[in-house]
Design a protein around this ligand. Structure first.
Ligand code: KG4
Ligand code: ZN
Length: 354
C-alpha cells in the first residue's frame, strides 16, 4: 500500500479487481483479525480479541504476541470457512507490516509471509494507519468517498488529521503531541476504576451523565495538532476532590465525568477537523479508527457535516476498530498498483507515513 512498494516498471500480472480474492491479516496490537475479500466485497471477517489485558489496565505486549500465536490459525480457519473458501482460492496475502507492537507484528507478518511463500502467492505489506482510512472504500461502507476529503484517524495509539485524495494518496496534516484520543478515553476510564479498554465503557456511561457537569477546557495547541494530557490532569483533580475523606464515587458522579470528558474530547477533535476542512476547501469529511465507534463523536461529525453541507464518511462499527478487512482492501489497491512486497520484509514497529 505504501508508495515505496510501487514499481511502475513491473508488469501487472494479477486477476481483475472483481475476481481477485485477497486475504488480510491484522495483528498490530491486541486483536487478531483475518478477512477475505473479493474485490472490495467482504466475504468473511474473523476476529479474536484478547481479554487478558483488562486486569492490567492496558495492553501488555508480551501477552499480546503470545495470544496472537494461539489465535492466528483458528482465526484463519474461521475466516476461510465463513467465506466458503480454501487456501487454493486465494490470490494474494496482505498483512500489517506496521506500525504497532513489535512482537504482535512479528507473529502476523511471519505467518503471512510463510503462508504466501508456501502457496506461491504475492504478498502485500500494509501500513496500518493508511488501512484505517482505506476502510471507507469497502463495498458495504456506503457512501464510498468520491472526492478529496479531510479525514480524522482516532485510535488507541494515534490521532491524525489527513488530507486524503484517494486510497493511496494521503497526507498527514496534524497529529497528537502527547496522548492519542483513544488513550485519553482509556486513561479517564482507568482513573474512574472502569475496565480496559475504557473507551466503549465511557461511551456507555456518558449516555446517562451530564456533559456540562464539569468544564474540561481544551488546550491551546498550534494549527492541526492535538493534546490530551491536560484533560487527564483535569479529570484527576475533579476525582481527588470527590474522593477526599475516603468517599466512594457515586454512579451519577462517574456518569457525569464520563459525559463531560467525552464532550471535551469530541469538541477538540471536531473543531480541528472543521478548521482543517475549511482551510483545505474540502466538502467531505471522515472519521476512522477505534474511537470513531464513539457515539458522541459520530453524532458530532454528522452534525458538522449537515451544518456545512459536507458529505460525511463514518465507517460501520466492524471497520472502526482494528480489522482484517481494511488490511485486505489495502492489499487489493496495492495489487492494482503493482505494490507487491518481498519475503524478507521485517515488521516496522515505527513506520512514518511520509
Ligand atoms: O483502532 P483501534 O482498535 O486500535 C488501535 O489501532 O489503537 O482503537 C482502539 C481504541 C481504544 O483506545 C478504545 O478504547 C477506543 O479505540 N474505542 C473507543 C470506543 N470504542 C473503541 N473510544 C471511545 N468510544 C468508543 N465507543
Ligand atoms: Zn488501529
Amino acid at each position: 500500500m505504501n508508495a515505496d512498494h510501487v514499481d511502475p516498471a513491473k508488469e501487472i500480472q494479477v486477476k481483475p479487481w472483481a475476481e481477485r480474492v485477497m486475504l488480510g491479516i491484522e495483528s498490530s496490537c491486541d486483536d487478531t483479525s483475518i478477512a477475505i475479500l473479493r474485490g472490495s466485497e467482504v466475504l468473511s471477517q474473523f476476529t479474536a480479541a484478547q481479554h487478558i489485558h483488562a486486569q492490567y489496565g492496558g495492553v501488555v505486549p508480551e501477552f499480546a504476541s503470545r495470544a496472537h500465536q494461539v489465535h492466528i490459525v483458528p482465526v484463519l480457519e474461521g475466516a476461510l470457512s465463513q467465506a466458503g473458501c480454501t487456501l487454493q482460492d486465494l490470490d494474494g496475502v496482505a498483512y500489517t507490516r506496521g506500525p504497532g507492537l513489535q512482537g504482535s507484528l512479528l507473529v502476523g507478518s511471519a505467518f503471512a509471509r510463510s503462508l504466501g511463500w508456501s502457496l506461491g502467492l504475492p504478498l502485500y505489506p500494509v501500513h496500518h494507519m493508511r488501512a484505517h482510512v482505506v476502510a471507507h472504500w469497502m463495498a458495504d461502507a456506503a457512501p464510498n468517498p468520491t472526492s478529496p476529503m479531510l479525514a480524522l484517524t482516532v485510535s488507541g495509539g494515534h490521532t491524525q488529521l489527513l488530507d486524503v485524495a484517494s486510497p493511496w494518496d494521503m497526507r498527514v496534516m496534524g497529529t497528537t503531541l502527547d496522548d492519542a484520543a483513544g488513550e485519553a478515553f482509556d486513561k479517564v476510564a482507568k482513573m474512574l476504576g472502569l475496565d480496559y479498554p475504557g473507551g466503549p465503557i465511557v461511551d456507555r456511561m456518558a449516555k446517562d451523565g451530564n456533559p456540562d457537569a464539569f468544564a474540561f477546557t481544551a488546550p491551546k495547541v498550534a494549527a492541526h495538532d492535538f493534546s490530551f494530557s491536560g484533560l487527564k490532569t483535569s479529570v484527576l483533580r475533579v476525582l481527588e476532590k470527590e474522593l477526599a475523606g475516603g468517599r466512594k464515587p457515586s454512579d451519577a458522579f462517574v456518569q457525569d465525568v464520563c459525559a463531560s470528558a467525552q464532550g471535551a474530547i469530541v469538541s477538540i477533535l471536531v473543531k480541528k477537523l472543521e478548521a482543517a476542512a475549511l482551510q483545505m476547501g474540502r466538502s467531505a469529511i471522515a472519521i476512522q479508527g477505534g474511537v470513531s465507534a464513539n457515539s458522541g463523536l459520530r453524532q458530532a461529525v454528522l452534525d458538522l457535516g449537515s451544518q456545512h453541507g459536507w458529505t460525511v464518511h463514518v465507517p460501520p462499527f466492524r471497520y472502526c476498530t482494528d480489522n482484517g478487512a481494511m488490511i485486505a482492501l489495502s492489499g487489493q489497491y496495492a495489487a492494482e498498483r503493482n505494490g507487491e512486497g518481498a519475503l524478507d520484509e521485517a515488521p516496522l514497529a515505527r513506520w512514518p507515513m511520509q
